[in-house]
Write a protein that binds this ligand. Structure first.
Ligand SMILES: [Cu+2]
Length: 113
C-alpha cells in the first residue's frame, strides 16, 4: 500500500511541475533581462553592512564562480547607489559582482526568496 501511495504522489508532483507556469516563464524572463551577462550567474549572499555615503556594501557571499572566489565576507562598491536602497543589513540577497580593473563592483542586487 505504501508503495502505491508513493507512486501516486510522484505522479502528482510530476504533473504539477509540468503545468506550473512559473517554472516555464522564469528562464525566459531572466534571459531577456540580462542579455549582456548571460555567461555569468548571480551569487548568493547576505548583507552585512551598507554605507550609502560611499556607495559601499559589505556582503557575506557564497562562492562566486566567474570571479574564482571562495565564500567570504567582503566590501563591494555599488555600480549605482540606488541599488543600496532596496536592501538592508541582514537581508539575504542574490547579486551580480564584476571585476572592473581590480575593483569589485556590484551591478545588480535582488532580494532572495
Ligand atoms: Cu569575496
Amino acid at each position: 500500500m505504501k508503495k502505491i501511495v508513493g507512486i501516486a504522489a510522484a505522479a502528482l508532483l510530476g504533473a504539477t511541475t509540468l503545468m506550473s507556469p512559473g517554472s516555464l516563464a522564469q528562464p525566459a524572463m531572466n534571459h531577456g533581462a540580462m542579455p549582456m551577462t548571460a555567461e555569468q550567474a548571480l551569487s548568493d549572499g547576505e548583507v552585512r553592512k551598507i554605507d550609502k555615503e560611499t556607495g559601499k556594501i559589505t556582503i557575506k557571499h557564497g562562492p562566486i564562480k566567474h570571479l574564482d572566489m571562495p565564500p567570504m565576507s567582503m566590501v563591494f562598491t555599488a555600480k549605482d547607489r540606488t541599488l543600496l536602497d532596496k536592501v538592508k543589513a541582514g537581508d539575504k540577497i542574490r547579486f551580480m559582482a564584476v571585476d572592473e580593473g581590480g575593483k569589485l563592483v556590484v551591478t545588480d542586487i535582488q532580494l532572495a526568496k
